[in-house]
Design a protein around this ligand. Sequence first.
Ligand SMILES: [Zn+2]
Ligand SMILES: [Zn+2]
Length: 224
Amino acid sequence: MKVITVPLAYTNCYLIQAAQGWILVDAGRQSVAKLFQRQLGKLGIDSTDIKLIIITHAHFDHVGSLAQIKDLCGCPVLAHPLEARIIEAGEVVIPPGTNWLGNMVSWVGKRSTRMLGFAKTTVEITADDEYDLTPFGVAGKIIPTPGHTPGSISVLLEDGQALVGDLAMNMVFRSHIPIFAEEPSQISSSWEMLINKGATVFYPAHGRRLPISKLRGIKDSGSV
Ligand SMILES: [Zn+2]
Ligand SMILES: [Zn+2]
């Protein structure tokens, strides 16, 4: 199944090809709607070809431009109900760190929440359990994968590609545990659940694609 990475500042969004059109996963930080439009133009995709926006979780770097991008696409938004509440309130949530870098950024973030505000948006579809994407023309489903946030979800495609939001990261650290997590003890069980359900490669929102072979053996280490 075709998955295209759309880098928006420091957050990757992903486009999944559907039977008719595309599904967008995540919507970047604030002020990236124009960049998103340019990226779509380069790909030869019209924003109205996007039929659904899935939000993996409600952090500002994933929903900052959601209101504007949703206007461009004119399509519904799907999220876990716990995250939908935050999106609809326009609330900035800064999670605790899981290592020294995360702790530092979290400390700064908690003192900058006013700067990180984003426009409220309505979430039309909520999913707190597995949710089949076949009606949207995609062979895959949404799986709740708590850990980074309680309402984090992943998109697992039938061919093993998994779009995991911030459940895993692939940046400077050898560990792929996200540098922030509200429920760090659940990260490795969510990884395992996705793998048991057939995931072979993770697409994190921060960093490059991550074959699951890279996750094995380090899943119990809670920090780097
Ligand atoms: Zn996050
Ligand atoms: Zn993020």
